[in-house]
Design a protein around this ligand. Structure first.
Ligand code: PLP
Ligand code: COI
Length: 344
């Protein structure tokens, strides 16, 4: 394991870098046990665990930032707790309560605090909460035992080149989720189902994939592992559909757009509207706000092009990042300040 001060935080991408501790909590005999801290990166798991066979697996992603005042802030952990609860309920898993989830996130940051990248690097500490069915079943049934584990890893930009415009390809061959399936929750299976699209898009030289709604392929759904948004005039427009993951970044941007006096439209967005947008982008914890420079539709051979970084996207980005870094007022109380004195 590299020491915290041996990492060049300005040059890291979005990958796994080992940190000293992960945090675990087991659900057994109908209840969650005490939280454990662990230095081992590996899990020992039963060969018949439901997470391995029947997809009882879900995860979350959130970030902590070192800010302008040197303090470390964790962004909206409660919102991630609530989304994991919705996912766990759908998958018939044990549901971690908000207090447990947030406490474990806080511990994962505190225990690895030296690995939170310095502000100037533009990096952050990414937390990955993972909930898995560990109990054995052979019939298709929910497990009796679960594990919630959270690891922390320092990350840089998700897309190479960071805040520059990405080139996206419409996927006309595959859907990432079914119309009444699991697109609205964060199950690992959705990502397995999306790999073919992203690998094919990358092989063709694109940075990401634009998914259409799986029922009619008429509306815009999501952009890879991020939500899609567009700016037209003074409006912030973003798709709403049952097969889209409700992004916490997007939820925050909708609020900030309204705060800035913009109209917010969360609704079905027809693919044909692409010609009317001035700025388009992808947003998510990993993607932050990534402007989209072009969208290529292989069916028509049309490439839609956009200005980046557009003025309104930049304004939203500055405000959103300002709140995370403590340079803009946290008017909605989104940040949880990490107490570094409680490390040991
Ligand atoms: N959509 C998908 C499919 C994702 O994987 C993510 C990432 O979490 C998002 C959207 C963005 O969600 P959030 O802003 O909560 O990270
Ligand atoms: C996130 O933004 O947290 C994601 O989950 C996206 C991806 C890395 C899976």
């Amino acid at each position: 394991m590299k020491k915290a001060n041996e990492i060049d935080y300005g040059s890291i991408g979005f990958g796994y870098i080992q940190t000293p501790y992960n945090v675990r909590c087991y659900y057994r005999d109908g209840k969650w046990a005490e939280i454990e801290t662990c230095t081992d990166e590996n899990l020992s798991i039963h060969i018949a665990a439901t997470s391995l066979h029947y997809g009882q697996e879900c995860f979350e992603g959130l970030k902590a930032f070192r800010g302008v005042d040197g303090k470390v802030r964790l962004f909206r952990p409660t919102a991630n707790a609530e989304r994991m609860q919705r996912t766990a309920q759908y998958l018939q898993m044990a549901v971690p309560d908000t207090e447990l989830f947030v406490k474990m996130c806080e511990m994962a940051v505190e225990l690895n605090i030296d690995y939170v990248p310095p502000m100037e690097s533009n990096g952050s500490m990414y937390l990955r909460p993972l909930l898995i069915g560990t109990g054995a079943q052979v019939g298709v049934k929910p497990a009796n035992e679960y594990l919630l584990v959270i690891f922390a890893t320092p990350v840089g930009p998700y897309f190479k080149g960071g805040m520059c415009g990405i080139n996206v390809m419409v996927d006309r061959e595959h859907d990432r989720a079914a119309p009444r399936g699991t697109g609205h929750i964060k199950v690992g299976g959705n990502y397995g189902a999306s790999l073919i699209s992203s690998v094919e898009a990358h092989n063709k030289g694109f940075d990401s994939v634009l998914y259409l709604d799986p029922r009619e392929h008429k509306y815009i759904d999501e952009c890879g592992a991020a939500n899609f948004f567009a700016i037209r005039g003074n409006s912030y427009i973003t798709p709403a559909s049952r097969s889209i993951l409700p992004s916490i970044t997007n939820m925050s941007l909708k609020q900030l757009a309204a705060d800035l006096g913009m109209e917010v439209e969360a609704r079905e967005v027809e693919f044909s509207e692409l010609t009317t947008f001035e700025e388009v982008g992808a947003c998510g914890t990993a993607a932050v706000i990534t402007p989209i420079a072009s969208i290529y539709d292989p069916q028509t051979d049309i490439k839609y092009e956009y200005k980046w970084v557009g003025e309104k996207s930049q304004k939203l980005y500055d405000l959103y990042r300002g709140i995370q870094l403590g340079s803009a007022p946290d008017t909605h109380n989104w940040n949880m300040i990490i107490d570094e004195t409680s490390k040991n």
